[in-house]
Design a protein around this ligand. Structure first.
Ligand code: ZN
Length: 415
């Protein structure tokens, strides 16, 4: 560690010297200002940047504009040093860490692994700024990347993100007093399962999962010609993956209406499957309400699982009917099965070679949202959460590198 620290320090001094003896960024007494005015040369100004070699003390030509009372250094633009005193290399490391870890943990790891000093606050600002750029980029980059598989799966799900109080004021929620503590982040995930296990069952292809998510609405007025924000997101992700071009597109979800409304609107040709993982979770919850901790509960739940797997929805409904008088959850479950009966024809789906219980969608919510945004003590603004979600989706879907390349190219062209 000491040897590395010394080597980096030497390299930093060499780079500093080279940049500071080069005064070619002083190009005349005046420079045009972005405001339309004219900026005057004000000598060379010093500033310390955090680089992958450690701190760099740079002297740069500084131009000040009286018209808009602000100034700039042409060299900062040329070298991409305009983000929070971080060089592009450190900015990239910071974003990578913050996509996966809390701001504090990122700051600690950057120090330990890279010897870079970036405070938790700097990590937060940098990650949010890049997340905002990624969110814009995601709206623009919709051309297809990657291969279209014969069968493609698209899952949708929602999960609550803990919010700061002012972000949920006046919103109805699930708290006892009717208030809300969370906002729902909605997730779309697409994957393939062309691989087979020893029994010939489809298995999710490693590395095939991509995600896109945000706290946004899935509802529009019936009279509106526009898609809801979330439906538009689903459509963009489907375009990138070529979901519509698959011979057999499949939409998986739980029982939420917004999922099936979006699915029917966007992909009328797709097979709709109620994720068996969710269906079982639902039955298990009802079983626990009916039987509590008594030993009859487990076999009751298992019997319903078996009926579900065999496609005997009538038997499941019959068993629930026996408790419908006493438990509203049992009545609701009957309605849930009735409403989704066409999406629960599991034996038929299996014959067709479809995955019906993946847990991918469920896991997606945990992986993308839960493990990063729902940790103890975390409270978000909608804006802040959406930026970090965008950053995280890009990182977990293997798109961050592409984004970074586009960003670097754009900056080079602009400079
Ligand atoms: Zn100006």
């Amino acid at each position: 560690m000491a040897a590395r620290r010394q080597s980096l320090r030497l390299a930093a001094r060499a780079l500093e010297q080279r940049l500071n003896t080069d005064t070619s960024d002083h190009v005349g007494a005046q420079r045009p200002c972005p405001c339309g005015g004219s900026a005057q040369y004000h000598g060379r100004h010093g500033k310390t940047f955090e680089s992958v070699l450690g701190p760099l003390h740079l002297q740069r030509a500084y131009y000040h504009c009286e018209q808009c009372a602000s100034g700039f250094c042409p060299r900062d633009r040329a070298l991409g040093l305009e983000s929070f005193s971080l060089t592009p290399g450190v900015l990239r490391m910071t974003a990578s860490a913050a996509a996966l870890l809390s701001f504090e943990e990122s700051s600690g790891l950057l120090h330990e692994l890279a010897g870079a000093e970036v405070s938790a606050k700097q990590v937060e600002r940098a990650a949010e700024a890049l997340g905002a750029e990624i969110a814009v980029d995601e709206h623009q980059q919709v051309e297809k990347m990657g291969e279209v598989a014969p069968t493609m799966y698209l899952g949708m799900d929602g999960t609550g993100v803990p919010m700061r109080t002012q972000e949920v004021a006046d919103r109805a929620g699930k708290q006892a007093d009717g208030s809300a503590k969370t906002r729902e982040a909605k997730l779309v995930t697409i994957w393939t399962a062309e691989s087979r296990d020893e029994e010939g069952q489809p298995v999710r292809d490693p590395g095939s999962i991509t995600y896109s998510a945000a706290i946004e609405s899935a509802a529009t007025l019936d009279t509106s010609p526009h898609l809801s924000d979330f439906a538009a997101r689903v459509q963009r992700e489907a375009s990138r993956r070529g979901f519509r071009e698959a011979q057999r597109p499949v939409v998986l979800g739980d029982g939420s209406n917004w999922i099936w409304n979006s699915a029917s609107e966007l992909f009328p040709q797709a097979t709709q499957i109620l994720d068996r993982f969710h269906a079982k979770e639902h039955l298990s919850q009802v079983g626990k309400i009916i039987y509590g901790d008594s030993p009859e509960g487990k076999p009751w739940i298992q019997a319903r699982y078996d009926e579900l797997d065999e496609g005997c929805l009538k038997s499941v409904v019959q068993a629930l009917h026996g408790h419908a008088g006493q438990y509203k959850e049992a009545r609701e479950c009957v309605r849930y099965i009735w409403n989704n009966r066409r999406r629960m024809r599991y034996p038929k789906f299996h014959k067709q070679g479809f995955c019906t219980s993946t847990g991918v969608v469920e896991a997606g919510c945990k992986v993308v949202i839960g493990t990063r945004l729902k940790r103890a003590g975390m409270h978000w603004t909608v804006k802040g959460a959406n930026r970090i979600i965008a950053l995280r989706c890009s990182k977990l879907s293997g798109r961050f590198e592409d984004f970074w390349e586009r960003r670097s190219d754009q900056r080079k062209t602009a400079a």
